[in-house]
Design a protein around this ligand. Structure first.
Ligand code: PNS
Length: 171
C-alpha cells in the first residue's frame, strides 16, 4: 500500500517593497492549489528598500490574514535553501509580460541546478494587474498620483504615512 503524498508546501518569494494588488491576487490563486503557501520576503538590505523587512512582513500578514493556509516568513541567502528548510517542493513566481520571462527563466534554471528536487511554477498575472510593479507604485505615489486599487488598503496607508514622514524630514 502506498503512503499518502506529503502535503504540498510552496514558497512565493519576493522583495515585496511593498506588496501590490498583483502579488495579492497571485497569493489568492496559488493558495487554492497547495496545502500551505509561504510568502517568503527577502531581507535584502543592500537594495535599500523603502520598508524594513519587519514592516513588509506586517503589511503582507495583514493582507493575507483572510487566507488560512498562507503564512509569512523572511529569508536571507539562497532561496532554494530557505525552500528546503521549509520543506517546500514548489517555488511560485508571477509572470506579467514576456519581458519578465528571461530573468525568471534564468533564476528558475539556476535554482533547479542548485536543488533539482524543488520545482519552479510560473503563474500568469491577471490582466487587470499585469502593469503593476512595486517600483512604479512608489514612483506614482511620490509624484502625487492615485494608487488606489493598485495596492491593498493597509499598504496604501503605510505608503502615505512614509511619504508624509519623508516630506516632514525634508521640509
Ligand atoms: O521581488 P523580486 O525582486 O522579483 O524577487 C527576487 C527574489 C527574491 C525571488 C530573488 O532575488 C531571490 O531569490 N533572491 C535570493 C537569493 C538567491 O537565491 N539568488 C539566486 C537566485 S537564482
Amino acid at each position: 500500500m502506498s503512503s499518502a503524498p506529503a502535503p504540498l508546501i510552496a514558497i512565493y518569494p519576493g522583495t515585496f517593497d511593498p506588496l501590490t494588488a498583483g502579488h495579492l491576487d497571485l497569493i489568492a490563486r496559488a493558495s487554492k492549489f497547495v496545502e500551505t503557501l509561504i510568502v517568503g520576503i527577502l531581507r535584502n538590505e543592500s537594495k535599500q528598500p523603502l520598508f524594513s523587512v519587519e514592516e513588509r512582513m506586517e503589511m503582507v500578514q495583514e493582507a493575507v490574514d483572510q487566507y488560512a493556509n498562507v503564512r509569512v516568513a523572511c529569508f536571507d541567502g539562497l532561496l532554494v535553501e530557505f525552500a528546503a528548510e521549509q520543506r517546500a517542493r514548489l517555488i511560485i513566481r508571477g509572470i506579467r509580460a514576456v519581458s519578465d520571462y528571461e530573468y525568471e527563466l534564468q533564476m528558475a534554471l539556476m535554482n533547479r541546478r542548485l536543488r533539482p528536487e524543488i520545482e519552479t511554477v510560473f503563474m500568469m498575472a491577471s490582466e487587470a494587474y499585469s502593469f503593476i510593479s512595486s517600483r512604479l507604485v512608489k514612483e506614482v505615489i511620490k509624484l502625487g498620483g492615485d494608487i488606489q486599487g493598485l495596492v491593498p488598503p493597509c499598504v496604501e496607508q503605510r505608503l502615505r504615512a512614509r511619504l508624509r514622514t519623508a516630506r516632514t524630514l525634508h521640509a
